[in-house]
Design a protein around this ligand. Structure first.
Ligand code: F6R
Length: 251
């Protein structure tokens, strides 16, 4: 695990975009695992700028997203399909993009299909992640076991509350979602975790210095050989206070 410190969200987004662009330059048919949420929005904006500057070509790139709300039509304004279109896909020349189909009521079939899709693509080269305040990655919530494959989850009240900002009322937030499992995420060749803001400082500290346990799903990243965490100063506040020496080192 390597932590890169950035001054602020803007710099975090630039650094993250460069890492993703380098991945695509090294392997033009990369399979990118993508995330939604507020954290990667700046990264996607930077990627679009670099694309417009002709610094990157996505024509052979494929993408698979971490998760999708159960029950939302693709066209729903809060579906992750819409999010990805509005924040990235419609601005770049990517041709093949996948998200779980939130409208498939047969969760067993949908999860199997999604795992097959990822496998048929040859696996994920780089997986982009954000992190929830409770340590969730994708929608893998704190639990007593680490999940393995893509599955359908019941969202924790704290996650529903955090996501309510995107919906008219909290009752409109779907209560279940399809998500890649921890095993699916861990099978990516590289992982890029983005963390911004002081409200994530505690969970980032816990992720990086705490025990590996399913109650903190993000802690599993310790067992991955190739994780880069790009975090801004505010998110690193607790680490900077307690153990600044771990920044920029492989830990
Ligand atoms: C998004 C996802 C979630 C978010 C996490 C952080 O696809 O899977 O795990 O990354 O909830 O969200 P933000 O970035 O909005 O704080």
């Amino acid at each position: 695990m390597k932590i890169i410190l950035t001054k602020n969200y803007e710099q975090l987004s630039q650094v993250a975009a460069q890492i993703i662009i380098s991945q695509v330059s090294e392997k033009n048919d990369s399979v990118l695992g993508l995330a939604t949420g507020s954290t990667p929005i700046g990264t996607y904006k930077e990627i679009i700028k670099l694309y417009n500057d002709k610094q990157v070509d996505f024509s052979n790139v494929k993408s698979v997203n971490l998760d999708e709300y159960y029950g939302l039509e693709k066209g729903h304004e809060q579906s992750y399909f819409t999010f990805m279109n509005e924040n990235l896909f419609k601005f770049i020349n990517i041709n093949e993009t996948y998200l779980p189909d939130g409208t498939n009521p047969n969760s067993f079939e949908e999860c199997e299909n999604y795992e097959k899709t990822i496998k048929n693509l040859g696996g994920i080269d780089l997986q982009l992640l954000g992190i929830g305040h409770n340590g969730h990655i994708g929608f893998n919530e704190p639990d007593t076991i680490f999940s393995t494959k893509t599955h359908c989850v019941r969202l924790k009240p704290s996650t529903i509350e955090a996501n309510a900002r995107f919906f008219e009322t909290i009752d409109d937030v779907p209560k279940t979602a399809y998500t890649m499992g921890i095993g699916t995420i861990m099978s990516a060749k590289k992982i890029l975790l983005l963390v911004s803001g002081e409200d994530k400082s505690d969970i980032l500290y816990k992720t990086v210095t705490g025990q590996v346990r399913p109650q903190t799903p993000s802690s599993i990243l310790h067992f991955h050989q190739n994780v880069i965490i790009v975090a801004d100063e505010l998110a690193l506040k607790k680490i900077l206070d307690i153990c600044p020496e771990i920044i920029d080192k492989n830990i």
